[in-house]
Design a protein around this ligand. Structure first.
Ligand SMILES: Cc1cc2nc3c(=O)[nH]c(=O)nc-3n(C[C@H](O)[C@H](O)[C@H](O)COP(=O)(O)OP(=O)(O)OC[C@H]3O[C@@H](n4cnc5c(N)ncnc54)[C@H](O)[C@@H]3O)c2cc1C
Length: 475
């Protein structure tokens, strides 16, 4: 039997399947589309996702195809310089189209042995105490021990489970597409600047060779957002807001997106879990959705692998919901706040001016950056050292870098005392005796997702934490 079926081969599903495979789990991705999409939604990776790629040895591929920039302006578009020192070895945003991210994650997943079957749409599921049976649109059935719905905002898996998806429906809709324009670039830029004084959902980003990524408010909210707008509808909305359609022609692709904000009530129902957009949707403000999905997958992968591998301590798989649901609550909240701040009504404009002043205080600026980029996430592991529950940044060691030692996705004890031991857990936890000038604690125990599970220097303290995350000692 297959260990885990991942429904949906978007960024979340591909990341998850790669993580599972690192632990030898037999993972199968079922993707309904026969070909990768050309439609570019996300434009970049935030710092935590960049770190995640580094922790798995994938960053070089992303850096080769992306563009690094240390830019402010991602919180409701309020532009402030970044503070000099951020708690990361990667203080930048990596501009990279979602289509490229998906291609790189698919390549990695395939390399490590994930099977990706395209043109396979999940339409039914049932579960019993031993596994899950998935029904496909072509009438075939596939059985596995677990199923993860990474099938996007309209998730069939979530609907079949009957998991509630409360929140707010879309109030506005935006058209998005890539197309060529005959108007000269300076005129396009000048008109866009003028329109944006009163309409922030309008824009035309030059992509080179006369091609633009164009956004414009739609006239209403479509019944079925999966149906793309017509090119005529797009041109009409450009004319309605700008008085010109810039002579656009030759569209590469056209789409629409709304501002619906919803969160799944639970991330686990027996042997079926939800991750990424299947679990949460919100407007793209701040560029967080893809990053959130990748980080869901990073949290879930090793836990589900532990369950499949038979060494998961009690409650480990449920900690996926306990840890990630609150993170999504926070992201939904900050996108709601950002949407208010984008309003051109006098009240929100005043709040925006006030927040802009507050962001001149470095701590406020830093707080918002850590929130949006995911490096500020701290799971509740109880009282303790300030590092406890946070992911640890990469640090230089005497012999290399911390993240270089995490490519295998195992737990890691970084021991600066050389007196500790992971005997009994050595099959799940690496013991690294080394020192770092950037780390002023005797030792840290890191989970496979890089979050700090223990800080200390005594063996008894370590022994009290190892079973919580890594199960019983063996041997
Ligand atoms: C305009 C726009 C801009 C955005 N910009 C950003 C940004 O800058 N940064 C950011 O982080 N996020 C951004 N996002 C959000 C980001 O695109 C999503 O959060 C991200 O795609 C979620 O990834 P996912 O894998 O969870 O879901 P998806 O990318 O939706 O992937 C789901 C996959 O499941 C497949 N599928 C669906 N149903 C089935 C089924 N029944 N059986 C099998 N397969 C199925 C689909 O074909 C799809 O391939 C943006 C979104 C939009 C709309």
């Amino acid at each position: 039997m297959i260990d885990v079926i991942v429904a949906g081969g978007g960024p979340t599903g591909l990341m998850l399947a790669g993580e599972l495979r690192l632990h030898g789990v037999h993972a199968l991705v079922l993707e309904k589309e026969t070909e990768p999409t050309a439609y570019v939604r996300a434009l970049g990776l935030h710092m935590r996702s960049v770190e995640v790629m580094d922790q798995r040895g994938l960053l070089a591929r992303f850096l080769a195809l992306g563009q690094q920039y240390a830019a402010g302006g991602f919180f409701a578009g309020i532009t402030k310089p970044w503070p000099d020192r951020l708690d990361t070895a990667h203080p930048y945003t990596l501009g990279i189209p979602q289509t490229t991210t998906e291609r790189l994650l698919a390549e990695h997943a395939t390399e490590v042995g994930v099977e990706i079957r395209r043109g396979r749409e999940l339409v039914g599921l049932s579960q019993d105490e031993h596994g899950v049976t998935v029904e496909l649109a072509d009438g075939t059935q596939v059985r596995s021990r677990y199923l993860v719905g990474c099938d996007g905002g309209h998730s069939t898996v979530r609907k079949l489970l009957g998991v509630g998806f409360p929140g707010e429906p879309a109030k506005v809709e935006t058209l998005l597409g890539e197309m060529e324009a005959t108007e000269d670039p300076a005129t396009v830029a000048a008109v866009v600047t003028e329109v944006r004084k009163t309409q922030l959902r309008f824009g035309a980003i030059p992509l080179g060779d006369g091609v633009y990524r164009v956004v414009a408010p739609a006239e209403g909210v479509a019944e079925d957002r999966t149906v793309p707008p017509t090119f005529e509808e797009f041109k009409q909305q450009l004319r309605a807001y700008a008085g010109t359609d810039f002579g656009v022609h030759s569209p590469r692709w056209l789409s629409r997106f709304g501002d619906a904000t919803r969160l799944a009530e639970r991330y686990r129902t027996g042997r079926v879990l939800l991750a990424g957009d299947a679990a949460h949707i919100h407007p793209p403000t701040g560029g967080q959705g893809l990053n959130l999905g990748i980080q869901d997958a990073f949290n879930l992968g090793w836990k589900l692998a532990a369950e499949v591998g038979g060494w998961a301590p009690r409650g480990l798989l449920d900690s996926y919901h306990t840890e990630r649901h609150p993170v999504a609550v926070d992201v939904l909240d900050n996108t709601r706040a950002q949407m208010e701040l984008l309003s051109l009504e006098p009240g929100p404009r005043s709040v925006r001016r006030l927040l802009s002043e507050l962001m001149d205080f470095e701590e406020v600026n830093r707080y918002l950056i850590e929130k949006i980029t995911g490096i500020g996430v701290r799971y509740d592991f109880g009282e303790g050292h300030e590092l406890l529950g946070r992911r640890m940044r990469d640090v230089k060691l005497k012999r290399g870098r911390l993240y270089e030692l995490m490519h295998g996705g195992r737990g890691l004890l970084l021991d600066q005392t050389a007196r500790l031991s992971v005997a009994g857990w050595a099959d799940r936890v690496d013991h690294v005796v080394d020192v770092s000038e950037e780390l002023d604690v005797p030792a840290v125990l890191l989970r496979p997702d890089g979050h700090v599970a223990w800080v200390g220097g005594d063996q008894q303290g370590l022994l009290s934490r190892l079973p919580k995350w890594f199960g019983a000692a063996v041997g």
